[in-house]
Design a protein around this ligand. Structure first.
Ligand code: TXA
Ligand code: MG
Length: 352
């Protein structure tokens, strides 16, 4: 299949181009598009065959449900059975934005979209291209991240091209995303509500709207948790993983660099090609060639934005081993560490 690559300026949207993309969605095809978090791979969420194609193109296990993206509140009512008060309060505070709400689904949502679960994950993305595409398509759009299953999520159109060129109908290139990690997933069907996946909207922010919120143990996990029930099936798969081996060094930020330098030297001696993922504050501590600065400890949002891009860069340089600095797992740092730990297959070393 030939994939059409269409550049659209998010600050000056060409509606004719959006209409081309919307026609593909209406006809049951696949369009990758930018959101504020990561690029998504979209299809008509109400069309079983179209959603099936997403799973095929990504090679995604069919027991992992996808998020449904909406552009107006009417669609929230259409897609769900019950809307608790909390959902409306959260939506009015954080939508459009990087918060996904898990609610009881309505009959309209096909089983393939929710992997047979009776809940549906919904969000209104805060990106002009995504919103216009949903409006012009006149249907809610199911969209997981637009990467091959298991790979780091795409934060630029180039990443999507690398993974999905020739497998989908269209890729909209709307430039680099804002956040770089996927939305926060909040389950509103459990009591109390529970964060299944940490993301750009932090627990502290959610607590300003609903007081009682938990973080699911898997979201904080520092080793694999075997007994994950099918709450959010995506949690059980190895994710975000580069091809290279990845080791994460956590603990005292003053001691982490020395540990990393020592491991790097050992590995280089053993003939391995090594890359280091460093924070700007510590970058000068490393005396090897391939050091990538991912962002600033003092501004963890810069780390979120560059994390997946940096993993992909090191992969394209064919390094054998990546050693990454861990950061404090609070605020958006929890989302960053959740992705890094998972990507490493929980290969974590602590220094204290
Ligand atoms: O920021 C994002 O959320 C991006 C952009 C494209 O919107 N999307 C994204 O989708 O990250 P995906 O499919 O890569 O991750 C969706 C996560 C998975 O962990 C999945 O298991 C969970 O949400 N999920 C979706 N529907 C669910 C449901 N009904 N019950 C439990 N978990 C669900
Ligand atoms: Mg994904």
């Amino acid at each position: 299949m030939e994939t059409i690559i269409l550049k659209i300026d998010p600050n000056n949207i060409d509606l004719n181009k959006i209409k081309l993309a919307a026609r593909i969605i209406k006809n049951g095809g696949l369009v990758a598009f930018p959101t504020e978090t990561v690029y998504g791979l979209g299809a008509n969420a109400l069309d079983e065959e179209a959603v099936q194609k997403i799973f095929k193109a990504k090679n995604r296990p069919i027991d992992n449900p996808v998020i449904v993206h909406i552009a107006n509140m009417d669609d929230l009512y259409m897609l769900t059975e019950v809307i608790p008060d909390e959902a409306l309060k959260l939506a009015s505070k954080f939508w459009p934005g990087p918060l996904t709400l898990l609610l009881k689904k309505s009959e309209l949502v096909p089983d393939i979209t929710t992997a047979g679960l009776d809940t549906v994950a919904i969000r209104m993305p805060n990106h002009p291209i995504a919103l216009e595409l949903i409006k012009e398509s006149e249907v809610p759009i199911a969209a997981p991240s637009a990467n091959l299953s298991g790979k780091p999520s795409p934060t630029t159109a180039e990443h999507v091209i690398r993974d999905l060129n020739g497998k989908i109908d269209m890729i909209i290139d709307g430039g680099e995303v804002t956040f770089g990690v996927e939305s926060t997933v909040l389950d509103l069907t459990s009591e109390p509500p529970c964060i299944l996946r940490p993301g750009p909207i932090t627990i502290e922010e959610i607590k300003t709207i609903i007081r009682n919120v938990e973080i699911h143990p898997i979201a904080r996990a520092e080793k694999p948790i075997e007994t994950i029930i099918a709450k959010s099936p995506g949690m059980k798969y190895r994710h975000y993983a580069p091809s290279a081996e990845l080791i994460v060094i956590e603990g005292d930020p003053l001691k982490v660099p020395l540990k990393i330098q020592n491991i790097a030297e050992e590995q280089i001696k053993a003939g391995k090609k090594v890359g280091i993922i460093a924070t700007e504050e510590n970058a000068n501590s490393y005396k090897i060639n391939n050091v990538k600065i991912v962002g600033k400890r003092s501004e963890p949002r810069t780390i979120a934005k560059n994390l997946f891009k940096t993993l992909r860069e090191l992969d394209s340089e064919n390094v054998d081993i990546i050693i990454a600095e861990g950061i404090e797992p609070t605020g958006i740092g929890l989302a960053i560490m959740n992705r890094l730990r998972k990507a490493s297959g929980y290969h974590i070393i602590y220094v204290s």
